[in-house]
Design a protein. Structure first.
Length: 120
């Protein structure tokens, strides 16, 4: 097993869905839906229902709903990793609507009765 090199905790939420759009969508573009595989303070990994058709360094907008509160959440990012034709890694850019900490807090459930709270 490879040693962990990341500086930020990766959270693997269960059943958190997302929609992916180009940052500047064309009139005929339809968002692609998928599931969040993991999320951290610096990026997000997604498994989409169909190929995105974008390249590394393309800009994206990801919209989702926080799993506990139901609050809509949007992040802008840059496509950085193509794990497969439907699995992508995106690093956040400077525009975030909502707080990454808020959605991480909602996703970090260890079980039904316990919640991990970590100061960063």
């Amino acid at each position: 097993m490879k040693p962990e090199r990341r500086n930020h905790l990766r959270v693997k939420p269960k059943n958190v869905q997302a929609n992916i759009h180009a940052t500047e969508p064309s009139a005929d573009e339809v968002p692609i839906s998928g599931e969040i595989l993991d999320i951290s303070r610096t990026g997000i990994r997604l498994k989409l229902n169909k190929p995105l058709g974008k390249s590394v360094n393309d800009n994206l907008k990801i919209t989702m709903t926080a799993p506990e509160s139901g609050t809509p959440f949007t992040v802008h990012g840059t496509l950085k990793h193509l794990h497969s034709d439907t699995e992508y890694g995106v690093h956040y850019t400077d525009h975030v609507d909502g707080s990454i900490d808020d959605i991480l807090f909602e996703c970090v459930k260890l079980n039904d009765s316990m919640l991990l709270i970590k100061h960063l």
